[in-house]
Structure formats: structure tokens, C-alpha cells
Design a protein around this ligand. Structure first.
Ligand SMILES: [Zn+2]
Length: 265
């Protein structure tokens, strides 16, 4: 509750709107989970995924994409030490920017409003990432935006190949809309890549991990995806494949479409 209140303005009506949104979105999200995401909610009610393409969902609620913003956060910069595979083939800053390029192209083609919080290849600093995000998201209601930071995990300092593998997703501590959104992205990953390992933290009743990373404390619901491990040989081979990059970006876009379709104006 403390985190929710920190992120809210002091006025009671907005607090109530957010609380209702969390309850309602959690309810819908739980239903989606119960149905194995066979259905998605649109303005025309629940629609089976078998009968409708996700991008058609957006066309059923055009006003929703115009007043919604997706803020993308590329990981690190080339000047940050480490953050690469032991053989140097995988560079987190570069890989993250490739995924964000793919996401940008897809959002462009779908007419989804998005922004990247910085276009620098050099680390601009966590504070500046948050400042830029808060500036970009000004004018958007808390529940009409999502911040997505795209990273790759590491078990060590990058000097040697290690065994840890798998996808995980982080939100700030406490229950906010970000936890609901993280659950949707997690489910979409499981569905798209059933053969790949995922990592979960069930301690607070959901699958995401919780940490107050600086960027997760921006003014909109924020998630940080630790895609897979950059110091695991198998994970690196997968992440470097062009096929994975494309499918991974599609997976994130599909999750975002579900999130926008759930969003209450
Ligand atoms: Zn990282």
C-alpha cells in the first residue's frame, strides 16, 4: 500500500480510481489466467483469441491507443563495464537496443504510441532515465502508461560461463498495476516460449521479482525484464539468434496489446 500511495497524487478521487483499477484489472487478469488466456477483454466484451488476431483488438478500441504511452528503456551503455558474455559476443547495451528497435518498428506499424527514454549509446544515468520517463509521461494518467526496461541477466561478473538460466521480470516492491502487467508479460513469455526456463518469486503471491531498482520508481507502472542469462552459453546462443529476437519482440508487443485493452480510461 505504501508504494501505491507514493505513486499517487494526494487527491482522493484519483486514489479511488487507481484502487478500483487494480482490483478490476487483477480480476480480469485472474480470469485470463484461469482461461489460459484463451480470451481477451475488448470494449465488445471477452473475445476468444482463436477468433481474433491481437492487432484486431486494438482496432476495436482505437481511442485507447492514442491516449496510452509505452515508454521503452534500453539497458546500460557501451561504456558500462561488464554487461557482456564471457566471450564478448553478447553485449547487453547493444542487444537491448536491437530489441527496442524491433519493438519500435512494431509499435509504429500498429499505431501504438511509444517513446524511448533516451537515444544514447552511452549510459545517461538512472536518474536521467527516470527524469526523462516522468517528463514523457506527463499528461498521461498513471493507468494509461507502461515503462518497460529490457535487460539480460547475469549470475556472475561476466568472467566465466555459469549455469543459471531463464527469463524473469521485476517490479518495484508492493502491489501496483506493474505487478498485473508483469504477470501478463510473464504469461505471454510462457505461452510463446514453453520450452524455455522461467524464474519466479512467489513470495508475494505472484510470479514477478520485487526490487526498488531506481528506474522502477518512475511515475508510471514499470517493469524490468531480465530476458535470460548473458553468462550462460545456451541462453546467449538463443538470445543472439535473429529468430528469437523477432519472436521475443512480438511477444512483448502482444503482451502490451493485452495490457492496453485492459486499461481503464
Ligand atoms: Zn542489465
Amino acid at each position: 500500500m505504501q508504494v501505491i500511495q507514493m505513486k499517487l497524487s494526494n487527491n482522493l478521487p484519483s486514489r479511488l480510481v487507481l484502487m478500483l483499477t487494480i482490483i478490476w484489472t487483477s480480476f480480469v487478469s485472474a480470469n485470463l489466467n484461469a482461461n489460459n488466456q484463451d480470451t481477451i477483454l475488448t470494449e465488445n466484451g471477452l473475445i476468444s483469441k482463436d477468433t481474433i488476431e491481437l492487432k484486431e483488438v486494438l482496432s476495436t478500441c482505437p481511442e485507447k491507443k492514442s491516449d496510452y504511452i509505452v515508454i521503452l528503456d534500453p539497458a546500460h551503455g557501451y561504456d558500462v563495464r561488464g554487461k557482456r558474455s564471457p566471450d564478448g559476443r553478447f553485449q547487453e547495451w547493444k542487444w537491448s537496443r536491437e530489441i527496442i528497435r524491433l519493438l519500435s518498428d512494431k509499435f509504429d506499424s500498429l499505431g501504438i504510441n511509444y517513446a524511448v527514454d533516451n537515444d544514447s549509446d552511452i549510459e545517461i544515468g538512472l536518474k536521467n532515465r527516470v527524469r526523462n520517463t516522468n517528463k514523457i509521461s506527463q499528461g498521461y494518467h498513471y493507468n494509461r502508461a507502461i515503462f518497460i526496461s529490457v535487460h539480460a541477466n547475469a549470475a556472475g561478473m561476466g568472467a566465466e560461463w555459469l549455469n543459471a538460466r531463464g527469463f524473469s521480470i521485476f517490479t518495484s516492491r508492493g502491489q501496483t498495476l506493474a505487478d498485473v502487467y508483469a504477470g501478463i508479460i510473464y504469461n505471454e513469455f510462457k505461452k510463446t516460449f514453453p520450452e524455455l526456463k522461467t524464474r519466479e518469486d512467489y513470495s508475494d503471491g505472484d510470479t514477478d521479482f520485487e526490487a526498488n531498482f531506481r528506474v522502477l520508481l518512475c511515475r508510471v507502472p514499470a517493469v524490468l525484464i531480465e530476458t535470460m542469462f548473458q553468462d550462460n552459453k545456451e541462453d546467449v546462443a538463443i538470445m543472439l539468434s535473429e529468430e528469437f529476437k523477432t519472436r521475443y519482440a512480438e511477444m512483448i508487443v502482444n503482451a502490451v496489446i493485452v495490457i492496453i485493452s485492459l486499461s481503464v480510461p
